[in-house]
Design a protein around this ligand. Structure first.
Ligand SMILES: NC(=O)CC[C@H](N)C(=O)O
Length: 372
C-alpha cells in the first residue's frame, strides 16, 4: 500500500475552475470527462461499469464507502456483484469517503482504489460542482490525489478530448469469451465493454453466451450460428464507431432477433439512419422514469449515458417509439416495424438499480424462440 500526503488533492475543470479537496485512493493524476451520478448506492457496480471509461465520476450522495467492497462472486465466469474485473473510471469525487460497516465488506473503497491505482478526491462541495455541470454541461477535468496543483502543468492533461477517443480499444475483449449456458442456443454479445449484469440476465434465461470483440466481422459472428445478437453497452462517443454501425447494418440481413442496450441502442440507431447526439450532461442515475408507449406504464430505471436520441424526429425510419423519458422527452427505446429488433437506452439489467424492467430480456427470449 502506498502512503502519501492525503491532505492534498484537487480537481481542475477545463473552464479554469480549481477545486481543492483531500486525496484518497491511489496517489496520482488523471484527466477525464466530469460526469455525475445521483445513485445513492451501488458504487462497486458503477465504478466497474466499462461505459464510464474516460470519465471522472462525481457521486451526489454525500457519503460513499459505508458498505465497503465485497469479495468478487462469479457464476460460470460471470461476475454477479461487479460489472467488470477492474475499476473503469479515471477518478472518483465524493463529498465524504466513509469507513465501511458491513458484514460482507472485504475492503474499504479507499484501499480498493489504492490497489487498482485510481485516484479519488474527497471533501468536495459536490453540490456546487454538479450545479456547475448541470448549468454549463459536461466538461473535461483533471483530478489529482496527493499532488499539489502548483507542481503540475494541468493544461497538458487537457489536450485530449473525451468525445474524440475510441475507448472501446480498452474495454472490448481481444478474442471471443464463451459462457456455456443450459442450452446450446447461442447468443452472440458484441462486447464493447459489456456489463456483467447483462450477461447474467442472458445466462439466467438459459442461453450460451459468446462475447466477441466489437470489431469482429459479420462472417466470424455468423460462424457461431447465433440464435440472436445483443449489441451491449460501452464507453465513449457512438458516432466514432463507424465500423460497428456498418456491421450492425450488415447483420440485419440475416433477420435474427437483435437486442440493443445503451451503446447498442445508439449504434442500431446510427446504423439504420437515425441520429444520436451529445446531451448536455446526460442521464446517470438509478431512478429515471421511462414511459412504455405500448402500455402507458411508467418504469423506474437505471441509466448511464451521455449521448442519446434527443427527439422522436431522430428515430431511424421504420421504427416506432417504445420508451421515452417524461422529464426531457428523450427516446429511451424503439421497436423495429419490419425486423425483429428492439432497443433500450436505459439498462434493463440495472446493477445498480431496480429490476422492474428485466422483462425486456424475457421479450428478447420470446423473439429468439419464435424465430428458431
Ligand atoms: N452505458 C452506455 O452504453 C453508454 C453509451 C455511450 N457511451 C453514452 O455515454 O451515451
Amino acid at each position: 500500500m502506498t502512503f502519501y500526503n492525503e491532505e492534498i488533492g484537487f480537481l481542475y475543470l477545463e473552464d479554469g475552475t480549481l477545486i481543492k479537496g483531500k486525496g484518497f485512493g491511489a496517489k496520482g493524476i488523471r484527466a477525464g470527462e466530469i460526469v455525475f451520478t445521483t445513485a445513492m448506492n451501488g458504487y462497486p457496480d458503477s465504478l466497474t461499469d466499462p461505459s464510464y471509461r474516460g470519465q471522472i465520476l462525481v457521486f451526489t450522495h454525500p457519503l460513499i464507502g459505508n458498505y465497503g467492497i465485497p469479495e468478487i462472486r462469479t457464476v460460470n465466469g460471470i461476475l454477479t456483484n461487479f460489472e467488470s474485473e477492474v475499476i473503469q473510471v479515471e477518478g472518483v469525487v465524493v463529498a465524504e469517503h466513509t469507513e465501511p460497516f458491513k458484514w460482507n465488506s472485504a475492503m474499504t473503497l479507499d484501499s480498493w482504489l489504492k490497489k487498482e491505482g485510481v485516484p479519488g478526491l474527497q471533501d468536495v462541495d459536490t453540490r456546487a460542482l454538479v450545479k456547475k455541470v448541470r448549468t454549463f454541461g459536461v466538461m473535461m477535468g483533471v483530478l489529482a490525489s496527493g499532488i499539489d496543483f502548483d507542481d503540475v502543468n494541468v493544461k497538458k492533461y487537457l489536450e485530449k478530448k473525451y468525445d474524440e477517443i475510441d475507448f472501446t480499444q480498452y474495454t472490448s475483449p481481444k478474442a471471443p469469451i464463451i459462457h456455456q449456458g443450459n442450452s446450446e442456443d447461442t447468443i452472440v454479445v458484441v462486447d464493447c465493454g459489456i456489463k456483467h449484469g447483462i450477461l447474467y440476465q442472458l445466462y439466467q434465461r438459459g442461453f450460451t453466451i459468446v462475447r466477441v470483440p466489437c470489431n469482429y466481422s459479420i462472417n466470424k459472428i455468423m460462424d457461431f450460428d447465433p440464435k440472436g445478437i445483443v449489441f451491449g453497452n460501452g464507453p465513449g462517443n457512438p458516432n466514432l464507431l463507424k465500423d460497428l454501425a456498418q456491421n450492425f447494418k450488415e447483420v440485419t440481413e440475416y433477420k435474427l432477433p437483435i437486442l440493443g442496450i445503451c451503446l447498442g441502442h445508439q449504434i442500431a440507431t446510427i446504423a439504420l439512419g437515425g441520429k444520436v447526439k451529445k446531451m448536455k450532461f446526460g442521464h446517470r442515475a438509478v431512478n429515471k422514469p421511462v414511459i412504455d408507449t405500448t402500455s402507458n406504464r411508467c418504469y423506474i430505471t437505471t441509466h448511464n449515458h451521455g449521448y442519446g436520441i434527443l427527439s422522436k424526429e431522430d428515430l431511424p425510419p421504420n421504427t416506432k417509439l417504445w420508451f421515452y423519458n417524461p422529464d426531457d422527452g428523450t427516446v429511451e427505446g424503439w421497436i423495429h416495424e419490419k425486423l425483429p429488433i428492439i432497443t433500450t437506452q436505459f439498462h434493463p439489467e440495472a446493477r445498480p438499480g431496480p429490476w422492474d424492467v428485466t422483462w425486456v430480456f424475457d421479450k428478447f427470449k420470446k423473439m429468439v424462440v419464435k424465430n428458431a
